[in-house]
Design a protein around this ligand. Structure first.
Ligand code: S3P
Length: 171
């Protein structure tokens, strides 16, 4: 079984994924890190030199490798915030994983993303405006792709990971 985490940048996919994998005693993969390792470059550099479309192709390739190439019987994968916006990726995630949407309010995201914007080329410009713009485009896709939705506002990483393991009957 593969458990994937989706949701907007800053919602806690990587931290929650790491904690969930600890609770479930299984491996953890962070799709952004997989891409960076394979490319030998950081994501902002990939965006700056090759653009978003090239990044999305790398992301889809990394996702295919991660989903179809996994050997362990249980795996937790933190997706990038835009992964499921690529139709092929959304289909793979929906069909081949149990997908958890970590939903967070604009205020929570603003808090988490303060100081993190330089690492996230999709957020260039006014932070609140970019979050609102992208959220209005993406939220329906997060909801439709995921099987379980968790409201993360005001909760700690531990609480969210525990809630996922209970709601998903993973323990
Ligand atoms: C992106 C989210 C980032 C990373 C890239 C694009 C997006 O991942 O994949 O900067 O389009 O939402 P995180 O959600 O882990 O920040």
């Amino acid at each position: 079984m593969i458990i994937s985490l989706t949701g907007f940048m800053g919602c806690g996919k990587s931290s929650v994924g790491r904690e969930l994998s600890r609770l479930l005693c299984c491996p953890f993969m962070d799709l952004d890190s997989v891409i960076e390792e394979r490319e030998g470059r950081k994501i902002p550099e990939i965006f700056a030199t090759e653009g978003e479309a090239a990044f999305r192709r790398m992301e889809a390739e990394a996702l295919r490798k991660c989903i179809y190439g996994q050997a362990s019987d249980k795996l937790v994968v933190a997706l990038g915030g835009g992964t499921v916006m690529t139709e092929e990726c959304a289909k793979i995630v929906h069909e081949k994983t149990v997908c958890i949407y970590l939903r967070a309010s604009v205020e929570t995201l603003m808090d988490h993303l303060a100081g993190e914007v330089d690492n996230r080329p999709m957020l260039a410009g006014n932070l609140r405006t970019r979050i609102e713009e992208l959220m209005s485009i993406r939220s329906a896709t997060y909801e439709k792709t995921a099987h379980i939705m968790i409201d993360t506002n005001g909760k700690t990483i531990d609480e969210i990971a525990r809630e996922i393991s209970i709601k998903g009957l993973f323990i």
